[in-house]
Design a protein around this ligand. Structure first.
Ligand SMILES: Nc1ncnc2c1ncn2[C@@H]1O[C@H](COP(=O)(O)OP(=O)(O)OP(=O)(O)O)[C@@H](O)[C@H]1O
Length: 887
């Protein structure tokens, strides 16, 4: 590339349609028009010393209408590089300067090639031209076969150039240009474009040349290039070049970014596709046909039909998108899937249809499933009546409190039945972790939803009757407080959007009817208790148990074992015996269990008998007849005589006429020897210091033995036997009361006068690890202590109950609301243990009046006004105190 070129005065002009050749650029032009061909032939092809030609940009106005373009299309000469085949309108160029640019570039031919001669005789040339320097046209001459023009050189001379390059302003702008050019090259390098030559030029070529070369290398617009051609001044040229390059650089960078992104996505999805294909092939080989993809589609369909609220649906979709991107072998896949399954399974919109509540029918249903419980049933009917009038009423949560087996759970299920709703029981016994109620966060390995959400999923409707069973058995430890989580559930304000940690989206529990059960009220935290209405079920009397057994339990047990009363009969006295000798409970659960044991034994007998008859029928074809049957030692003995009946008649007559009737010996054979007989109390009170009390525990009325012993010490009191605070206080009061009367006691036992002062007293409440509390053991404690200090045994047939104060008054028993029921339980408990006399505080006479006469008839009731009366009766007169009031 020569630096400065000498231009001749006149140049042959080659028009360059819609294109611009810039100095330093190399371009290939195909010449097809007659004028251009002649120009190339005369100026370049035939000349030995090939000179310069002028390349002049021409703006095409309407190329399609150009006659030459049409002829070219006809000849099929389109599309192989730029052409100079523009026929200027002769004589018009001067008048229409807009078409012919006034400035051009003188070019040198680097290579020439002649095209094949056509049958029409036309020749074409392809010329490789290098731009050398700018010129401007002084005068155009179009008279010859091609255009020529008188021109003036525009580029500076070497001296001018050197001077201009020393200008600091030019220097700084040239430097800026070079920086951009460097950036441009590095961007091209990143695109892995070959930039070796351009890089070389950047280091060797003068800056003003570089500006032209760089701009020429872009695919710029015609106008942009024209502007560059017109920029003769160096400063102007650099500015224009910088402007154009910066624009191109930005475009390049954006394009690069986009292409990187697209490339990344493409390669990732292609990789995934490939792996999936491979996996499918492996599965096919293994014969494993379940398709995970199909699974996910099925899951999505299930999710769509789950009727999730909008926000939940959005959340679920986000999770589903995550799942789709995962491989089934990936660690989080199965947990993510299980989570989505749960979302799809939850009954967001599904409610069981609540039938029109018929109060009479509900009452009938409660009666048909439960004996007695008048007050409880009444309260349930009231509750249902309110719901009928105001279905969305925020009624209280009913909480049935009572000993085990009194029908709390079955009452709750009857409520569900009466409302026509589904029933679900959530057992809270032993729940110590808040996460059991509210679920674990999904960040934990093996996380699960809480019991409530799990229950809702299981029951598959959002309006079940949900029984929170054993709500008093929840504990609190480092893992949180389950009771506080339950608070949220039972609060009508909050359970509209119950937040399970696993679920992580709110679930509406407002349609659920909650019912709770507990054995005792005391352990229930007060805030929780405050949200519930406590309904007490104190337990059943012997009479009630009998009725429940005969009317409900026996028919149910028979039915459960495929028997009828034709196979097994349990007479009422036997049921009574079972209650007295084999159970000591407030409810009827053990009784039901024992009845089931009888039914199982009967089922075995019936099955064996049928088999024996079938065998005997096969052995003895002679017709026989049953004459009668009886039970000996629980075995069925058949007396058979031949009377000419068919075998079928025999079998049916055996079945219909010989039920297994339970008697005492059958009971003992099946259930074992009696667990409770009446001799226990007599044996235990055979030593001084033991008294029999009647107490109330979570398991109903109980007989409680109190054992007191003294030893040398400082007069301290030791208590053992799972005691609550109230009973401990009672023991302290009892000891103080007895010590306060030391003088009177000393009179009675002179030789043991020291017994009370310097002795430690140990009081023990046996009966295993059953927790005991309450004030009603006070009277019994005093009796035991007096027995100890007098060294005289308490009457074996007498038990007592009642609270006492330091002044010794016998007060009504506290702790239980329904005292009548309490006394029933206690009297029955005493009766079960062979106690004949029961001493009770006189103040309770009103409650006692309500106790059914049948129960009262079981024991002799003695009413005491003062503690001294009790002691007098307990020791049969062998006591220093005389009764002041008649019992
Ligand atoms: N009054 C009653 N009439 C008829 N059956 C009864 C009655 N009370 C209890 N039952 C029966 O006794 C059995 C035990 O009752 P249930 O399971 O409801 O006791 P629960 O009080 O819930 O005990 P737990 O506190 O141990 O859960 C059930 O089969 C129930 O039908």
């Amino acid at each position: 590339m020569r630096e400065v070129v000498e231009l001749p005065e006149r140049l042959a002009i080659l028009p360059f349609r819609n294109r611009v050749l810039l100095p330093g650029a190399i371009v290939q032009i195909r010449c097809t028009s007659a004028g251009s061909v002649r120009l190339v032939e005369q100026e370049l092809w035939q000349k030995e010393d090939k000179g310069l030609i002028g390349v002049l940009p021409v703006r095409e106005i309407s190329p399609p209408s150009s006659p030459l373009a049409e002829s070219e299309e006809r000849d099929g000469k389109r599309g192989s590089g730029p052409t100079s085949d523009y026929q200027p309108p002769i004589g018009k160029q001067a008048t229409e300067p807009g078409q012919w640019h006034s400035r051009g570039v003188a070019a040198r031919a680097l290579h020439l090639s002649r095209g094949m001669e056509k049958p029409s005789g036309r020749v074409t040339y392809t010329v490789l031209l290098e731009g050398c320097c700018r010129f401007s046209i002084q005068e155009m001459n179009s008279r010859g076969p091609y255009n020529t023009a008188t021109v003036t050189q525009l580029d500076m001379t070497q001296a001018e150039m050197d001077q201009s390059e020393r200008d600091p302003e030019v220097q700084s702008i040239a430097h800026q240009f070079k920086l951009i050019a460097g950036d441009f090259i590095s961007v091209l390098e990143q695109k892995r474009t070959k930039v070796g030559r351009t890089k070389l030029l950047l280091d060797t070529a003068p800056a003003h040349r570089l500006a032209d070369i760089f701009v020429a290398s872009f695919e710029g617009s015609f106008d942009e290039r024209l502007a560059m051609l017109d920029a003769v001044d160096l400063k102007q040229r650099f500015t224009k070049a910088i402007e154009i390059m910066t624009r191109h650089l930005q475009t390049l960078r954006v394009a690069e970014k986009i292409s990187q992104k697209v490339e990344g996505q493409l390669s990732k999805s292609q990789k995934e596709f490939l792996l999936r294909q491979q996996m499918r092939a492996i599965k096919e080989e293994l014969g494993d046909t379940d398709d995970d993809e199909d699974d996910v589609v099925a899951l999505e369909r299930k999710m769509q039909s789950a009727g999730m609220p909008g926000n939940v649906w959005k959340h679920a979709q986000r999770e589903l998108r995550r799942l789709r991107k995962m491989q089934p072998q990936q660690p989080g896949y199965s947990s993510s899937r299980a989570y989505l399954e749960l979302l799809a399974d939850l009954p967001w919109q599904i409610s069981s249809e609540e039938r029109e509540l018929d109060l009479a029918a509900a009452k009938e249903r409660l009666d048909s499933e439960h004996y007695g419980l008048g007050k409880v049933k009444k309260r349930i009917i009231e509750y249902l009546a309110v719901r009928k009038l105001k279905p969305d009423a925020r009624g209280p949560v009913l909480c049935f409190v009572g000993p085990p087996g009194v029908g709390k759970t079955s009452l709750a299920s009857s409520i569900a039945g009466a409302l026509g709703r589904r029933f679900i029981r959530i057992s809270l016994g032993g729940v110590k972790d808040e996460a059991d109620i509210r679920g674990h966060r999904r960040t934990y390995i093996g996380s699960m939803p809480g019991r409530l959400i799990e229950g809702i999923k299981r029951v598959a409707v959002n309006n079940p009757v949900m029984l929170l069973d054993e709500i008093d058995k929840t504990g609190m430890d480092v893992r949180g407080d389950p009771a506080s989580a339950l608070l949220e559930v039972l609060d009508p304000e909050q359970h509209k959007a119950f937040n399970d940690h696993y679920l992580n989206v709110p679930f509406d529990l407002s349609k659920v009817i909650f019912v709770a059960t507990a054995n005792r009220v005391q352990p229930i935290p007060p805030p929780l208790l405050d949200r519930m209405e406590v309904i007490e079920l104190p337990g059943y009397t012997l009479e009630e148990k009998l009725k429940i057994a005969v009317r409900y339990l026996i028919p149910r047990v028979l039915d459960q074992h495929g028997l009828t009363s034709e196979y097994l009969q349990i007479p009422e006295p036997m049921v009574e015996l079972m209650i007295q000798r084999y159970t000591r409970e407030a409810g009827v659960r053990n009784l039901e269990r024992h009845l089931a044991a009888l039914a199982r034994a009967a089922a075995v007998k019936v099955a064996e008998r049928e088999q024996a008859l079938r065998i005997s029928r096969d052995l003895n074809p002679e017709p026989t007849q049953v004459l009668g049957n009886s039970i000996t030692d629980g075995e069925l003995m058949l007396e058979v005589d031949a009377m000419g009946m068919s075998t079928r008649e025999i079998t049916s007559s055996v079945v219909t006429t010989s039920p297994l009737v339970v008697d005492e010996s059958t009971l003992e054979k099946i259930l074992g020897p009696p667990k409770f007989d009446g001799t226990e109390a007599a044996e235990r009170v055979a030593t001084p210091g033991v008294a029999v009390g009647l107490v109330w525990t979570a398991f109903g009325g109980e007989v409680q033995f109190v054992e007191a012993t003294a030893m040398v010490g400082k007069g301290d009191l030791h208590l053992t036997g799972q005691l609550g605070d109230v009973i401990k206080e009672s023991a302290q009061i009892a000891l103080t009361w007895v010590r306060a009367r030391a003088a009177e006691l000393k009179l009675a036992v002179k030789e043991e006068g020291n017994l009370m002062d310097n002795r430690d007293v140990h009081i023990h409440f046996p009966a295993g690890a059953v927790p005991k509390d309450g004030p009603s053991a006070g009277v019994t404690l005093v009796t035991a202590l007096v027995s100890l200090f007098l060294q005289r045994c308490v009457r074996a047939d007498t038990a007592m109950t009642g609270e006492m104060t330091l002044r010794g008054l016998v007060l009504p028993v506290g702790g239980v609301k329904d005292k009548m029921r309490l006394f029933c339980m206690q009297i029955l408990a005493a009766h079960r243990c062979g106690i004949k006399r029961v001493i009770l505080p006189e103040r309770n006479v009103k409650d006692l009046m309500e106790v059914p006469a049948a129960i009262l008839a079981n024991v002799e009731i003695l009413l005491a006004k003062r503690m001294e009366d009790v002691l007098h009766e307990a020791f049969e007169g062998g006591c220093p105190w005389k009764p002041v009031a008649k019992l």
